[in-house]
Write a protein that binds this ligand. Structure first.
Ligand SMILES: Cc1cc2nc3c(=O)[nH]c(=O)nc-3n(C[C@H](O)[C@H](O)[C@H](O)COP(=O)(O)OP(=O)(O)OC[C@H]3O[C@@H](n4cnc5c(N)ncnc54)[C@H](O)[C@@H]3O)c2cc1C
Length: 666
């Protein structure tokens, strides 16, 4: 701290500790944005109870025997459906109800166990992983979390043993902007029913499911105020309700081809009032809470796939000879192997840190689950893509399975909150409290940089009416206007062998908090629109959380006396992960000031203007575009395997010739 006396510095730091909301109320990542490293949230690395782990281990053994010896992953991909007998096996194993409490007929497993199972399934069959995840993380999760006793008793035994469930949030008009629901419901005059109308799109397993969780916009009366409000309400529906039509069972797609996404029309459907989930107007809460779980299981599936792709490609690199040497002896191949190892170790560490937080019911975890999703879907994809490159032409051949793994795992960057939308979310919610404080300062504090620190402090504290606000403002003012960085957080819990990593992490945390504030100052209100700036800061928060999780995991490995080749691999993976992400972290900070954003915007504007000169009729145009609907080219579907809808439709294009089962024999 240049030009600041030790006394002033001490005062600033004392006040710093008083600022903002109580750190104990905030999750790990929000604390990182404030420059605080909450060791208590990540050390020791979470671990399930012995009983829980053994119970899950038994399921994993049985399940792996099935997946390895019987599960027709290639058929599922090629024929684009999952045979009924596979569903029956999964129900019989308990997989479909593994998180449902035992009293309702499930296995009662915790979140970590659930994700271990999904990781295993993801390593064998991406389609099946998505079906299981859509069923339990989002399809029926709302009933588990928000259902009344009556709803749980009625539905949970069925979703555990008999039929699938589906989650209906997206619509032709509603993708990333989930709050803009067009489907509406209103309470009938007698108060007995909700009348539901609208159309849902892309509901995974919608054509196979026995129950749906449906989100709809509603004008409702807020109980506390008696005022009318607009909000989203979540309802339980069943496909046999009059007015529900499955107008399309599925469409062909790039990957996870065994999953089916339905298009469902609701026309004046009378949904009994007892099917309300949680409260009127709280449906988005319901949906977002479910997505916390979906974002983890999605990650688990990708991670299982990435680990398999890595192991396969390294085996290939060791055994394929070119230029009279194994591929693995070339440095550019080694670079990929090292990166795959570092990313896979970090993804696993992050996922099970996250599931540990969910198992212990940490409350402020939405930014963390978003990070887990973005990191795993992005890095998992990188690993799988590297694996394909290492295998060369053979990697592109269907029977070697990388082709399927590659196609299956592309979707995860798009769904359950696209990664771009999640980056903005991580920035905005991660830094929300700090940003609010800064807004407070801008409104209430005129920090004069011509004055000394003490002059500013004296003047500001003199305003006793605003004492609380001012106490918050001083340390922020010192950072924003004088460039005085707050102290580095201390990391004391880590094993001495890992002290150097802890030191690097502490410095990065301090820098992150500092540059978050500085970027806000440099960009002012514009930052709301500057997504490229937001993404740099969001990515840095992502790397910090991921590296913290990896460090904590290695700490527990060392303390647990881990050894052998697996341990050596992990130790080297951690070292490489730190190098890789630290480098990108500081590059992102540098790019907050020196970047290519100006030319980027110009190039984008010019490309858009040129595009406007091309006729719409040569291109596919969104069906619900407010400006251009109906002006585009018709997609040529005659040679595409499509899946008609309707209750009596066949299960496919005729190749399958079976109506999809709704109830499975267990
Ligand atoms: C195979 C599959 C399964 C699905 N399963 C379900 C399901 O079970 N239930 C369900 O309800 N839905 C489901 N969906 C829908 C899925 O959740 C949506 O595809 C997803 O929300 C993205 O919406 P969109 O496809 O309309 O893309 P859009 O919202 O149109 O986005 C397109 C692109 O624009 C970017 N973008 C959008 N907004 C912003 C922004 N503010 N800032 C920066 N970039 C932005 C996105 O990142 C993305 O790259 C599924 C979809 C697929 C393909």
């Amino acid at each position: 701290m240049k030009h600041v006396s030790a006394k002033d510095r001490k005062m600033i730091q004392d006040i710093e500790s008083m600022i903002g909301p109580d750190p104990r109320e905030l999750g790990f990542v929000k604390n990182l944005f404030a420059g605080r490293f909450r060791e208590d949230l990540i050390f020791p690395y979470p671990r399930e109870s012995r009983g829980e782990r053994e119970k899950c281990d038994r399921l994993l053994i049985e399940l792996e025997a099935y997946l390895k010896n019987e599960h027709p992953a290639i058929l599922i991909d090629q024929e684009e459906y999952v045979p009924d007998w596979c569903f029956e096996r999964l129900f019989a194993l308990g997989v479909m109800g593994m998180t449902v409490p035992e009293v309702y007929g499930g296995l009662g497993l915790g979140v970590t166990s659930y994700n271990r199972v999904l990781e295993l399934i993801g390593s064998y069959c991406g389609s099946t992983a998505v079906i299981v995840s859509a069923h339990q993380s989002i399809g029926c999760k709302a009933i588990m979390l928000f259902g009344t006793e009556e709803q749980k008793t009625r539905w949970l035994p069925l979703v555990s043993r008999t039929f699938l469930s589906a989650f209906c949030l997206s619509e032709p008009d509603v993708g990333s902007d989930a709050a803009g629901q067009r489907t509406r419901c209103e309470l009938s005059a007698d108060g007995e029913y909700y009348i539901l109308s609208g159309e849902k799109k892309w509901s995974t397993s919608g054509a196979l499911a026995g129950v749906f969780t449906v989100m709809a916009q509603q004008e409702y009366v807020e109980p506390a105020t008696g005022k009318k409000r607009e909000g989203v309400t979540a309802l339980i529906c069943t496909p046999d309700m009059a007015g529900i039509d499955i107008i399309q069972n599925n469409r062909s797609k790039t990957g996870i081809r065994g999953t089916w996404q339905a298009r469902i029309r609701f026309q004046d459907v009378r949904v009994p009032r007892e099917n309300l989930l949680h409260l009127e107007g709280k449906g988005l809460n319901v949906a977002l809470t479910c997505l916390n779980f979906g974002r983890c299981t999605l990650s688990a599936g990708v991670i299982g796939a990435a680990r398999r792709a890595m192991n396969q490609s390294v085996k290939w690199a060791q055994t394929r000879y070119q230029f009279e040497r194994p591929l693995a002896e070339f440095e550019l191949v080694q670079q990929k192997i090292a990166r795959m190892s570092a990313l896979t170790y970090t993804m696993e560490s992050l996922l099970y840190m996250m599931t540990g937080m969910l198992d212990r019911q940490d409350r402020d975890i939405m930014v963390e689950t978003a990070i887990t999703k973005v990191f795993s879907s992005h890095m998992g994809w990188e690993v799988i893509d590297d694996a394909m490159q290492i295998m060369g032409g053979e990697g592109y051949m269907t029977e070697n399975e990388l082709d399927r793994i590659w196609r299956d795992n592309r979707i995860h960057r798009i769904v359950e909150g696209s990664n771009e939308v999640m980056q903005s979310f991580i920035f905005a919610y991660g830094g929300k409290q700090i940003a609010e404080q800064m807004m407070g300062i801008q409104q209430a504090l005129a920090w004069d940089k011509e004055d000394s620190v003490m002059e500013n402090v004296a003047r500001i504290l003199g305003n006793s009416m605003k004492g609380y606000l001012m106490r918050k403002a001083i340390p922020l003012g010192a950072e924003l206007f004088l460039g005085i960085r707050s102290a580095r957080p201390a990391l004391r819990s880590v094993h001495p062998l890992l002290a150097a990593y802890a030191d690097r992490l502490a410095t990065m945390t301090q820098r992150h908090a500092y540059y978050f504030k500085m970027a806000s100052k440099w960009n002012r209100e514009e930052i709301v629109k500057r997504q490229a700036v937001q993404a740099r800061l969001a990515d840095n928060a992502i790397y910090l959380f991921a590296l913290s999780a990896a460090l904590s995991r290695m700490d527990s490995q060392i303390r647990g006396g881990d050894y052998g080749l697996g341990y050596e691999r992990d130790k080297a993976a951690l070292a490489h992960a730190f190098d890789l992400f630290e480098q990108t972290f500081y590059r992102n900070i540098g790019e907050l000031r020196h970047n290519t954003d100006v030319s980027m915007r110009k190039a984008s504007d010019a490309a858009r203007r040129y595009n406007d000169s091309l006729p719409n009729s040569d291109f596919y145009i969104p069906e619900s575009s407010p400006t251009a609907a109906g002006t585009g080219k018709t997609p040529p579907v005659e040679h595409v395997k499509q899946f008609p809808g309707g209750t009596d439709a066949t299960g496919g294009d005729g190749a399958l010739g079976e109506a999809p089962a709704k109830e499975f024999k267990v």
